[in-house]
Design a protein around this ligand. Structure first.
Ligand SMILES: Cc1cc2nc3c(=O)[nH]c(=O)nc-3n(C[C@H](O)[C@H](O)[C@H](O)COP(=O)(O)OP(=O)(O)OC[C@H]3O[C@@H](n4cnc5c(N)ncnc54)[C@H](O)[C@@H]3O)c2cc1C
Length: 394
């Protein structure tokens, strides 16, 4: 039986980052990825805050564009253009981005195996044993001292090992389009377009865009209707398959257990406002690696030893996840008429300085509270603010 210090299930950004950190510290790390290659057919728009590259020492080779201006489009097609004082985000090619992280993990000494699906896992006193299904159908067992679940929105292993899985998901759908007019990123709101969330068109190279939406139901049909009706014009053409993927929502109570911890979307570490998860996953991967290294120093991998990880990541993200989720749920009840009046307010009533002063690409709660304070003359938003009261004080 093959053995290692750590097995990481899943070679997305979160798993690859943990693997790189642990391998760099001298541990023997195996990353098992079910897909045939890292980054294959990832459903993602690839927007990350600009700071991510410096904060995590990442190469910018996967960057295909930067964002400084966003066009917001209301249900009645009123436009509001917001330009930030400086570029605030980068658009990356996810396959190259993940590929760069895989190279970094391999350079640190981790072994990345593709076409290897972790089907089962069980922890015992001497270690954790996993069942690995290979692409040729063969089943192998591998053993390690610690298992890291970085499986994205696949929560099957968490359920088997007694970790939490989300009760709430949004559905994301995206398609690559030829879109000659798509020089600026645009967000579209309204009950017709994407009830409960929003749709987008984000430039992805000359004359091309990633067009997608988040919603609760019928993501594929809604995306097709959006491309036809809202983007309109014969020049906008789908140039690939529409890919659909759920996005985890909510704060998960239990993200570690006996010899196992979950990281990234596998631990629900995603922005509940927008569904973005790359930067939270990378940040929590570093926290997971820190706790794992402490455990290896003490040769203790029980739930109490790994609990420090859960404490640390929740200190960092609980407020963002809970405030975002509550706000988004309440905003899902906004009528198109109320969305129109918000656009009008944005145009005329001083919301822009609040956004400029408070917006942070990855942490939205301060902006949410600042906007709610400004909008509290409307009973709907006063109500939202009151419900978020406990978080406001923290
Ligand atoms: C339409 C859409 C657009 C998005 N746009 C953005 C965006 O612009 N910016 C952003 O930050 N986030 C975005 N996201 C979210 C982002 O894609 C995820 O948060 C991010 O990929 C999570 O990274 P991860 O490493 O935790 O998981 P993943 O990237 O999902 O990686 C998990 C890996 O585990 C593998 N795996 C799963 N189960 C097993 C198993 N049993 N054994 C072995 N391997 C397994 C999977 O094949 C996968 O490669 C978007 C999501 C959607 C749906």
């Amino acid at each position: 039986m093959r053995t290692a210090d750590v097995i990481v299930a899943g070679a997305g950004p979160s798993g690859l980052r943990v693997a790189a950190r642990l391998a760099a510290a001298g541990l023997e790390v195996r990353v098992l990825e079910r897909k045939a290659r890292v980054g294959e057919a990832v459903v993602c728009t690839g927007i990350v805050g600009r700071e991510v590259f410096g904060a995590f020492g990442l190469d910018r080779g996967a960057v295909v564009g930067e964002m400084q201006t966003v066009r917001l489009v209301s249900p009645r097609e009123t436009e509001f253009v917001y330009t930030h004082p400086r570029p605030f985000a980068c658009i990356v090619d996810r396959e190259r981005f993940d590929g760069g992280l895989a190279e970094a993990a391999a350079a640190a000494g981790a072994v990345v195996v593709c076409g290897a699906r972790v089907e089962g896992a069980a922890a015992g006193p001497g270690g954790v044993e996993v069942a690995v299904r290979h692409r040729d159908g063969g089943l192998e067992r591998e053993r390690a001292k610690l298992l890291v679940l970085a499986t994205g929105v696949d929560f099957a292993l968490q359920k088997r090992l007694g970790l939490s899985a989300p009760a709430d998901f949004l559905m994301g759908a995206q398609v690559e389009c030829a879109h000659p007019g798509a020089a600026t990123a645009a967000l579209y709101f309204g009950r017709e377009v994407a009830p409960g969330a929003f749709a987008w068109s984000v430039p992805a190279g000359p004359g091309r865009a990633r067009v997608g939406l988040l919603t609760r139901k019928d993501p594929k049909a809604r995306l097709r209707a959006f491309v036809d009706r809202s983007l309109g014009g014969p020049s906008v053409r789908e140039e690939g398959p529409v890919r659909v993927r759920p996005v985890a929502q909510g704060l998960l109570p239990r993200t570690c257990g006996d010899r196992v911890l979950a990281v990234g979307e596998a631990a629900g570490q995603t922005k509940t406002t927008t569904g973005g998860g790359i930067s939270y996953g990378l940040a929590c991967a570093d926290l997971a690696a820190g706790t794992a290294l402490d455990c290896f120093r003490r040769a203790a991998f029980g739930p109490a030893d790994l609990a420090a990880y859960e404490r640390r990541w929740k200190e960092l993200l609980s407020r963002e996840i809970l405030v975002g989720q509550l706000t988004r749920r309440m905003c899902a009840r906004l009528s198109d008429g109320r969305i129109e009046s918000l656009f009008e307010l944005a145009r005329t009533d001083g919301l822009v300085p609040i956004i400029r002063a408070t917006a942070d690409f990855d942490r939205h709660s301060d902006l949410i509270f600042a906007l709610l304070r400004r909008l509290s003359f409307m009973s709907f938003f006063r109500d939202v603010r009151d419900r978020l009261g406990p978080f406001c004080a923290s």
